[in-house]
Each structure stands twice: as C-alpha cells, then as structure tokens.
Design a protein. Structure first.
Length: 570
C-alpha cells in the first residue's frame, strides 16, 4: 500500500484526554479515532491489526472444530425475559424500541439468541456436541468508559457457545477452549495468566479469565510464587489455619469510644491490634438482610458472601437501611444482641478471636472481651474474606503475590443456566427429553489489540510483534524527487509484494524527518530506507524493536528478510 493513498493521520502531541499508553499511542499513530465516549472508529492501520487478531482467533477456533456463524446484534426483549436477565442484567444493557414500541436489546452477549436458535433446530443427542462462534460488535452502556479500547461501550468480541449431551462432553470442550485460548494469547506475544474467576452476570459455574499482566489493569490477580496457581482476587480461596489463643475468657465490658468509628481508630484508641477487632457489616441478599463478620484486618469479599448464601444479588445495605435495622450508626455495629431472626455469617478467622473488640450497637460505645459463641452466635462460618499477599497459596505451594491484569478472555461452564428456563432440550439415547448442557467462551478482540499496544511500544511509538503488525515492512525513499531512489524503491516494492510481504510504501513528498518519525510511531518490524547509496543498490535497514541498523544490497534483501521473519515470528 502506498502511503499517499491511504489514511494515516499521525499526531505529534499526545491527546490530553488519553490517560494510558495504548490509548495515547493508538491515537497518535493514526490507528483509531474517538467518535464519542467509549466509541471508536478503526482507521486503516487499526483495522489491519484487528484482522490479524481475528485471523489467529479463527485459526485456533477452527482447529478445535468450532464453526463460525453471525447472529443479529438486535435481540428481542422476550428472549432476555425468558431467562430473567432483562430485569437483572442492569443499566449496562442497551435497550431500544422500534416504531411499533417493541423492546429490543443491543447485544451485550448472545446466550439467549444462540439458545433460541438451537432449541428450534437440534432435537437429538446425535447432533451433539456442537460449538458455534462469531466475531461481532457488542454494546454495553459502561458507566465510566475509559482507557480507550480497554473499557468501551461498543467493542469487537469473539463469542463461542457449546452444546452438549453430557457433563463429560462439556468438560472436554472447556479444556479444549482453555488450551486454544492459551495458544491464541501466546501467538499474540502477550504476557498472560489463566485465572480462576467469577461468572458475574453470565451465570453458571467453573470459569477462568485470561488476564494480561499490566500496571493499568482494573483487576487484581492473586498468584503463587511457586506454582501455576492464579485467581482473580475475588475468587481466590483462603486456605489458612488460624491459631486459637488459650488465654482465659474475660468478662465482656462496655467502653466509651467517642468519635471512634473505623477499625483503625478503635484499635488505636483502645490500644489493641486490628486482629483483635470484629468487623460487622450489613448486607442485603435478594432483599433479605444478613450480618457478615470478619477480623478487623481483613476485607469482606461480597462475591464470596453471595456464593456462600447462594443468592442472585448481594449489596452492602445503605446507611439508612442499616440504621433502621440496627438502631445505630454504621461505625458502632457489632454482633452482640442482634435483631431476632437475622442470619449471621462469619469468616473462619473470626472463630479464632479471643477477648476481642466490637461495636456495641450504641453510638460511641464498643465492647471488649467479646468471644464468639459465648457472647454471640454464628449461623455459618465460611471463607468470606479477600486473600492477602503473603497468605499461603490455596494449592499449598508457595505464598500469594498480587499483580494487576487486563481481562482479554473468559470461559464459562454454563450448565443448564439458559437451556432450562428457555426450554432448550434434546432427546437423549433413551428417548428422554434433557436440557442442553452449555458452555460459553469470549475474547475481547478490540481489547486484545489495546493489550498488545500497551505491551509493545517505546517512547517513539509502537514495536508491533510480527503476528499482528499491520504491515511487515515500511519502505521509505528519503527523497521522492531523486529518480535513482524512487526507481530502487519502486523496484523493491514490486519485488517484496511478489513474495507476499505486506509493504507500506511511504511515497509521500515529505521531509525525511517526518517520514522517520511516522515510521517509528507506526512501528512496523522492519524499515527499509532508500537513500544516498541507492545508486550503488544499497539500502539501510532498521529493526524496529531492537534499534539495530544494517546495510543490505538489493540482492540480499529477500534472503535477509526471510531469515529475520523466521526468527522474529517464533
């Protein structure tokens, strides 16, 4: 492609509203432009990167016998109502009405659509298993679109759905997908981890996220320093044995704690360790109030609370709701003498507290020498806290370390979460009707592009890996008014294209400094500069990622390029 005939609007200055590296550089190098908050146009270079990512995804999906389809982005509200997600998904679901006042959703995901499609077509176990996938734009009304392509309201996604007659069949496809995803992200050159995760609004059980390690990641990964264990911090199990003190149980006492509300304030005021304090919070689980207890130095994990209670929704009660239930302010809550009938959950660490401190359910008053079971009852002890750095790894190997990550892929075992409410059934080998057993598997294609962009750049621009670079070679004649340079550049352009190299030919009548700056910004693996030695048939070659420069004769170019790309693409 001749650069004068394409559209690459590079910028010299970093846009003020771009706050992460990938967003800044994708704008500066002319790969994308913002249309409105969270919505972007992909310009020619950006579109080529997307196509490269899509091709890798397609190759690996096809390799495990997944079949590509394309489903509608507009989805009837009735389908979402069948599963109840029309009401529970939240404001992120973009809802619209047609001229007949019928309600639709712009596809945030396609579980309902794919289930409705197959329930009308697949009636026998003999046609299972079946895995279908698509690459399509998705829409989610993010409250705070940010980080460019990493958190948008319209984005490109690969979503796949598998249908099975048995759990064993689902397990096999799930493992095939995990391996295919690992190959995809390895081929893309990403530093990633597969981590145990929560299924969120998708539903189902058994799920892994694929996280690219990055300082700007919105998720925290807890991983072992001595094994391959990794989990989203929300899902990392705490596998600890807490030592129980043998000290004598003392008589509970009330103490005045004026204006002392937080654990830090109370522990300092009473000169006790936060580990001796009992944190008390009120949650609303499916509209029922529950009390949740944790040790003062631990943070309660609402996902674990939700899973322990086996409810659909969980949220912290508001200050007004808490005050109405407990008859006191939030900073004075405690588990002693609770309202009749309210359920109490406690983290395992609470059971080990002896002569602890907690709120007295009175303003500016706390209780000392409080002991579980003697002074208050617990209905259920569970792992309810966030894991912490330095805790033992749940697999028993090493200790936990934290890192930030960008989610680029997610795989789920849905089971019958969608097939049962939607009556998606087949006849098994005994002629009995059974609901499909399902899995779903997503990759954020445009987010992957941003993740690669985040990892592969320097102060001058991009350093694209060969697998997704928009072109292989940047061909730059220094002076387009010099006939010898133009003749050699034209000759190389035809030669390289004939050997199926993707070439960006900078034929613009621009100063050499502008061309070189743009070449560094765009970041193709190889830059071939045709300059003063063109009359001798010699060109200067620069390796973008290393900065190395060489002089090659015209006759050497093909052999050297073949050697370079053979090594570079490994």
């Amino acid at each position: 492609m001749k650069q004068s005939q394409t559209f690459i609007p590079t910028l010299r200055e970093t846009p003020a509203d771009a706050d992460v590296k990938s967003h800044q550089m994708l704008l500066r190098s002319g790969f994308i432009r913002q249309n409105t908050s969270g919505i972007y146009s992909f310009l020619p270079l950006g579109k080529r990167v997307l196509q490269k990512v899509e091709q890798i995804v397609r190759e690996e999906m096809d390799a495990i016998n997944s079949v590509e389809v394309l489903m509608p982005a507009m989805q009837q509200a009735e389908l979402w109502q069948e599963t109840g997600r029309w009401y529970s998904y939240g404001p992120e679901l973009m809802r619209i009405k047609d001229r007949h006042n019928r309600e639709f959703a712009l596809g945030a995901t396609h579980e309902e659509v794919i289930t409705s499609l197959l329930r009308d077509e697949i009636k026998s176990y003999k046609k299972l298993p079946l895995t279908l996938y698509q690459i399509q734009s998705k829409f989610r009304d993010e409250k705070r679109p940010r980080f460019g392509l990493l958190r948008g309201r319209e984005f490109l996604m690969k979503d796949a759905y598998s249908f099975h007659a048995t759990r064993e069949s689902l397990d096999q496809t799930y493992e095939d997908m995990v391996q295919a995803y690992s190959r995809i992200f390895t081929r893309l050159g990403l530093n990633f981890r597969a981590v145990i995760a929560d299924s969120g609004a998708i539903g189902g059980k058994d799920t892994h996220e694929f996280m690219v390690l990055s300082e700007i990641g919105e998720d925290t990964i807890a991983y072992s320093d001595s094994s391959d264990f990794a989990a989203n911090i929300e899902m990392a199990e705490v596998n600890m044995k807490y030592d129980v003190s043998t000290e004598e149980l003392l008589e509970m006492e009330k103490v005045n704690t004026p204006d002392q509300k937080t654990i830090e304030q109370v522990s300092t005021f009473l000169n006790v360790s936060p580990q001796q304090c009992i944190k008390t919070l009120v949650f609303k689980a499916d509209e029922e109030f529950v009390i949740v207890l944790a040790r003062g130095d631990h943070e309660i994990n609402d996902i674990k609370v939700k899973n322990a209670l086996q409810v659909k929704t969980i949220e912290l009660a508001s200050e007004e709701e808490t005050k109405q239930l407990m008859q006191c302010e939030v900073g004075s809550l405690g588990p002693v003498k609770l309202p009749v009938g309210i359920k109490v959950l406690a983290d395992h660490a609470v059971a080990s507290i002896r002569n602890g401190v907690c709120g007295a359910n009175e303003a500016s008053v706390h209780l000392t020498n409080v002991n579980p079971e003697r002074d208050f009852a617990v209905d259920q002890y569970e792992d309810l806290r966030f894991i912490m750095e330095g805790d033992p790894s749940p697999d028993g190997k090493g200790t936990i370390v934290f890192a930030k990550g960008i989610e680029v892929g997610h795989v789920f075992k849905l089971g019958t979460t969608y097939s049962e409410p939607m009556n998606g059934t087949f006849l098994d080998d005994n002629g009995r009707s059974q609901p499909y057993i399902m899995g779903c598997y997503g990759i954020g294609v445009s987010r992957v592009m941003a993740a690669v962009a985040e990892q592969y750049q320097d102060e001058k621009g991009f350093t694209w890996p060969g697998a997704v670079s928009p072109y292989d070679v940047h061909l730059v004649p220094v002076n387009t008014k010099e006939e010898t340079q133009v003749a050699l550049a034209d000759d190389l352009y035809k030669l390289l294209k004939s050997y199926r190299y993707d070439v960006l030919y900078d034929d613009r009548a621009e100063r050499a400094g502008v061309k070189f700056a743009d070449a560094d910004l765009i970041g193709l693996p190889i830059r071939i500069t045709v300059g003063k030695k063109a009359s001798e048939g010699i060109v200067e070659v620069k390796i973008r990622h290393s900065g190395e420069s060489f002089e090659w004769s015209r006759e050497e170019v093909l052999d050297h390029l073949q050697t370079f790309f053979h090594t570079f693409n490994q």
